[in-house]
Write a new protein. Structure first.
Ligand SMILES: C[S@@+](CC[C@H](N)C(=O)[O-])C[C@H]1O[C@@H](n2cnc3c(N)ncnc32)[C@H](O)[C@@H]1O
Length: 430
């Protein structure tokens, strides 16, 4: 049975999970019923995405999120697009939390009297039952201008089958496709998928979409917040797909005031191949954002920051993709967001690094006037903080001024001590 929560008169009594989202403006506090918090989209991501959707022309109609959870993304769309939204959520308490959160966002923006807010609703019920959802609403059934879907997926599993997504993609698309507002660009749909989907699963998603809307335009988007992994993977379809963009990479900045860094392409990217070579002093080592590698846009970015150089990939998988090259990266503006570490190899460490040998590394670092050395390779997690702590303590307050890191050579049993360029060395004069 579907029933409606009206955001303008819903009450929060009895809802218990209440928290400040670290990425939201102070005072914007959200409810997350029934352990909904880990499922919720961070406000900053939701707001950036809503701004990106706002750049497209949508037909008349409402914004539908048919698995809206705590309604964070729903509220960000309502506020940014200034359109009525319709949230659908299977869990009754979470559906109510969504309506309350929408009310909070409208209150924060002093928009309680705005028609986009007054005409918004949240339905508790099955998001794959379009007819029942629409029948629960008063008045004439509205058209859908844009559909957002962020299905729940099993937690704590590294990979999972598409069938495990709830609600299932195909059922949502089949059920709602007759209710879209007519539009030349085709239906506007954003599928917010698991960042762990394999290329084969991405292909399966495309097949599901094609069965409902053959030939629809598609843009894949990888989002990173710079934490060494893909934060979100989304497929933008039809009215919100970007012309000539098959794949896009978005690096979300640390604050809402900054603009995200975006890279895009319409080409199939050549697959990366590791090329092993002997360790060498003087060569450059860069450890990049893992999400940039997964998006397949790294070569495009390297062509800009490291043009006419040879790139030898040491590691292409895992949290620290590492490339070796001959000349320093030429980074401008926000390029540094995509680099975990970059620098020139000044010493080859032919000994194992442990508590008995860390002092040898300190001596080498001091010879190169280094004030800080970060360990940027996989180490036993119990040893890592001990060695890093020892390095930090011993290098602090000595004569060093330069920064650097230690990386692992991919095949030789050697660690590479690298010195990073000084901040003002990064930008050649223009
Ligand atoms: C990942 S969460 C969505 C989070 C949301 N984007 C946010 O910002 O808070 C997915 C939600 O889908 C809901 N769900 C699962 N099956 C559903 C169905 N058949 N109909 C409606 N909601 C469903 C789950 O209860 C869960 O709250």
């Amino acid at each position: 049975m579907h029933h409606v929560f009206n955001p303008s008169d819903v009450v929060s009594d009895g809802l218990i999970e209440f928290a400040q989202d670290a990425t939201a403006p102070q005072g914007l506090l959200f409810f997350h019923a029934k352990e909904g918090r880990p499922l919720a989209t961070p406000w900053q991501v939701a707001a950036l995405r809503a701004r990106a959707v706002a750049e497209h022309r949508l037909p008349n109609g409402l914004v539908l999120d048919c698995a809206c959870g705590s309604g964070i993304q729903l509220a960000a769309y309502a506020l940014t697009l200034q359109r009525p939204v319709l949230g659908v959520e299977l869990d009754d308490e979470r559906a109510r939390a969504s309506a309350v959160n929408l009310q909070t966002v409208a209150g924060h923006a002093r928009a309680e009297a705005a028609s986009w807010f007054l005409e918004s609703s949240v339905v508790a019920g099955d998001g794959t039952a379009a007819k029942d959802v629409l029948a629960a609403l008063e008045g004439e059934a509205p058209h859908v201008a844009f559909l957002h879907l962020d299905p729940a997926r099993p937690r704590n599993s590294r990979t999972h089958a598409l069938e495990e997504m709830q609600p299932p993609l195909h059922r949502v698309l089949e059920s709602w496709s007759p209710h879209f507002a007519p539009s030349e660009q085709g239906p506007a749909v954003l599928l917010d998928l698991s960042p762990r989907l394999t290329p084969t699963q991405r292909h399966e998603v495309e097949e599901i979409v094609e069965r409902v809307w053959p030939g629809i335009a598609k843009t894949w988007e990888w989002t990173s917040r710079g934490r060494g992994r893909v934060d979100r993977l989304a497929l933008w379809l039809g009215g919100i797909a970007s012309d000539g963009v098959a794949r896009r990479f978005v690096r979300v900045p640390s604050s809402l005031a900054q603009r995200p860094l975006m890279l895009s392409t319409n080409q199939t990217e050549p697959s990366l191949v590791c090329q092993h070579h002997p360790p060498k002093r003087g060569e450059q080592v860069s450890i990049l954002d893992a999400a940039l590698i997964e998006s397949g846009l790294v070569e495009r970015w390297l062509a800009r920051v490291s043009a006419d150089d040879l790139h030898r990939w040491a590691f292409i998988e895992g949290r620290r993709p590492q490339v070796h090259h001959d000349r320093p990266l030429q980074m401008y503006e926000d390029d540094a967001w995509l680099v975990q570490a970059t620098g020139k190899v000044v010493e080859l460490l032919t000994f194992d690094l442990d508590e008995t040998t860390v002092d040898r590394l300190v001596e080498m670092a001091l010879e190169h006037r280094m004030a800080s050395v970060k360990l940027r390779f996989d180490l036993d997690p119990s040893l890592q903080p001990i060695l890093q702590g020892s390095l930090d303590r011993q290098l602090r307050r000595r004569h060093g001024v330069r920064e650097g890191f230690v990386a692992r050579h991919p095949v030789a049993d050697v660690l590479l001590l690298c010195v990073s360029p000084a901040k003002d060395e990064e930008l050649p004069p223009i």
